[in-house]
Design a protein. Structure first.
Length: 205
């Protein structure tokens, strides 16, 4: 079927919306839309309402920037977590990846990206100031740099190190069980768990 000629404008509009998602081509978008058309109206209604609720009611944790149903996420609310240890990650996917290892007992700080001049992302575009404010307020013993082992990740690690090394805290980074160039969210749980447990002082990297 040619995707330049749709039998319905409604179908074309729906395909265009799905195709606007990252990693979804027009053929995949068409298959997804046709699948929705074959479902009963209650299924489609639930699907639509879940997306609308996600966009309108989701919260970003006031403490760590993680996605949450409430103003403070379950991790930051958990009294059993070690609040003196902060693991700095790029994204919410990275929080999920590390939590799946069941090896980390501290809390997180989600930067919302990494420094990437080629993409126009600088330090001011990330949640770095709020991280420094936490350190400055006291009560933090260790900051773990858990960013992807790419050039952009290493650049961000170094920038954070320069910003935070003036404070009396331990700065560590993941052990290089995570291969150079790997995205954290795609690293297997065993390797990532070992990298968390065997983290190194940042100065030695």
């Amino acid at each position: 079927m040619s995707f330049t000629e749709f039998p319905s404008k409604l179908l074309e509009n729906a395909v265009n919306e799905f195709a606007s998602l990252p990693g979804v081509g027009r053929k995949t978008a068409f298959r997804l839309v046709m699948n929705l058309l074959r479902r009963d109206s209650d299924d489609v209604k639930r699907f639509g309402e879940s997306i609308i609720k996600l966009h309108g009611e989701i919260h970003y944790c006031k403490i760590c920037n993680n996605i949450s149903d409430t103003e403070i996420c379950n991790i930051c609310n958990d009294e059993k977590r070690e609040k003196t240890v902060i693991c700095v990650v790029e994204s919410i996917q990275d929080v999920m990846a590390i939590e799946n290892t069941r090896q980390f007992k501290g809390i997180y700080h989600v930067l919302g990206g990494i420094i990437s001049p080629i993409d126009g992302i600088g330090p001011s575009d990330l949640k770095i100031d709020s991280l420094e404010e936490k350190v400055k307020a006291g009560g933090i013993n260790e900051i773990i740099f858990a960013l992807s082992t790419t050039m952009e990740g290493d650049t961000t690690n170094y920038y954070l190190y320069k910003r935070l090394s003036k404070y009396t805290i331990i700065l560590t980074t993941l052990a290089r069980g995570v291969a150079i160039g790997d995205e954290l969210e795609y690293t297997d749980e065993i390797t990532l768990g070992r990298a968390i447990n065997n983290r190194n002082p940042y100065q030695q990297t």
